[in-house]
Design a protein around this ligand. Sequence first.
Ligand code: FAD
Length: 523
Amino acid sequence: MTQVFTNDDGKTLTDDYQPTALPDESSNGDAHVRHVRVAILGTGFSGLGIAIRLKQGGYDDFVLIEQAADVGGTWRDNTYPGCACDVPSNLYSFSFALNPHWSRVFPPQHEILDYLRRCAGRYGILPHIRWNSELLEASWNEDDQCWHISTTQGQLTADMLILGNGPLSEPSLPPIPGIERFEGTTFHSACWNHNYDLTGKRVAVIGTGASAVQFVPQIQPIVGHLSLFLRTPPWMLPRQDRPVPDWKKTMFRILPITQRLLRTRVYLRLELVALALVYRPAMLESFEGFSKRHLARQVSDAALREKLTPRYSMGCKRILLSDDFYPALTQPNVEVITDRIREVRANSIVTGDGREREVDTIICGTGFHVTNAQLPQHVYGRGGQSLADRWHAGLSAYLGTTVSGFPNLFLLIGPHTGLGHNSMVYMIESQINYILDCLRTMRRRNLRAVEVRPDIQEAFDTEMQQRMRGTVWTSGCISWYLDANGRNTTLWPGFTFEFRRRTRHFDTQRYDLIPQRLPDSRA
Ligand SMILES: Cc1cc2nc3c(=O)[nH]c(=O)nc-3n(C[C@H](O)[C@H](O)[C@H](O)COP(=O)(O)OP(=O)(O)OC[C@H]3O[C@@H](n4cnc5c(N)ncnc54)[C@H](O)[C@@H]3O)c2cc1C
């Protein structure tokens, strides 16, 4: 495999990068198992972000466990046509590594991936990564007071385990009867089949979330026919994407303060949306009017407009941005179908009204397992309880980061850290601050382990659910923000600067603190 990472000067940092097994890894049962201070799962914004900050803080004893052969997470896996960020480029990056080179207001996938590769190279993270290494199991060992981790590349132990496996990394396929019998080609937008030529094909797209809204306008001109199965139309606002002019890029490079100022402006503008989503849902009515006018401007056919008009409060599901989705749906080779799918047959899809449509390809833009992901089944805390069992009644973590019964475990983008309005990188960096302060505290106070108190975690849950009441997310729609019990355990119900404030310092009084063991005097 050849991977080329370059630093900001365009110099190649790593060529012919081979996934490396660390020297002490072995399938030999007698082999010494490597111990590290910190094990990090994932190399997306979360994993790379904490690794870089650890390195900057003088910690070098850490590894990143990554199941793939490249960094990037979301931005490595989602390569569908039109894939791009919905947050302006100046904000969607690490605060400590601004990028003056973004080509557009909303960065395309490949630029974000390049950015993450450059960060991994520039900050010296690559040698710490165990490529092609899937985490199989992690369990807290009471005797050693550390994490025992098993991966497809071997074992290791770690004082601390940080999960940066991403909330949107397990694609979810729709449970439609018969879909397994389909004889054509099927794929999920997060695993785009680039070897399959869509030209002239009869394509069915299931789902109209953020990904479908981006790839439908890209594939519509080349496919023979496109059947878009739409269950709930999204609220849509104009995207107004445009290239960043060269003079601006030069200005950002020479005077980084200008980019930082713009970044702050974008941040504050987006934060105003939280005001409407959380505190004043009535404010969203004016946005709804704006969105309906956007639809009316782009779709003249009244019947199609009717199908595309949302029937729930704006913001209850993610608000989408697009200038080309509606126009694509008005093209003669597109049919928008609002009837529910009854079954999939070998070469067709049958809807509730009994109509059968022949298709060659089904593309699922059906999102991810968010509240029912697999990984928590393989992480075991004190007493052998799995994180999945701990969460049987719903996801829960104090400040979205720590879980009682799981000492020295930290989640990045855990429960209640998701956003419907601003950059996730801001939340990730807030959590990173918290974890770093925890590490410093542990060193200063000579602690072996920290574990959030159960009453504190419970009080946090109660606070979150109380604050959810009255928000637009509890206004009655069905969304991926909600778990099987209808509880929103995904989003942060407030301004992001409040989250930043609350994660600024590691709050020891809310934790059980386990001191380092004294050397055994009997020995
Ligand atoms: C299509 C798409 C568009 C998005 N757009 C936006 C946006 O506009 N704005 C925004 O703020 N956010 C957006 N997001 C959310 C985005 O996921 C986050 O912003 C951020 O990239 C998450 O980074 P992460 O490192 O936490 O997770 P990820 O990027 O998902 O990285 C997780 C990493 O963990 C690895 N991993 C997982 N499980 C294992 C395992 N068992 N063993 C080993 N490795 C494992 C994965 O391979 C992956 O590399 C978008 C997400 C998607 C899917």
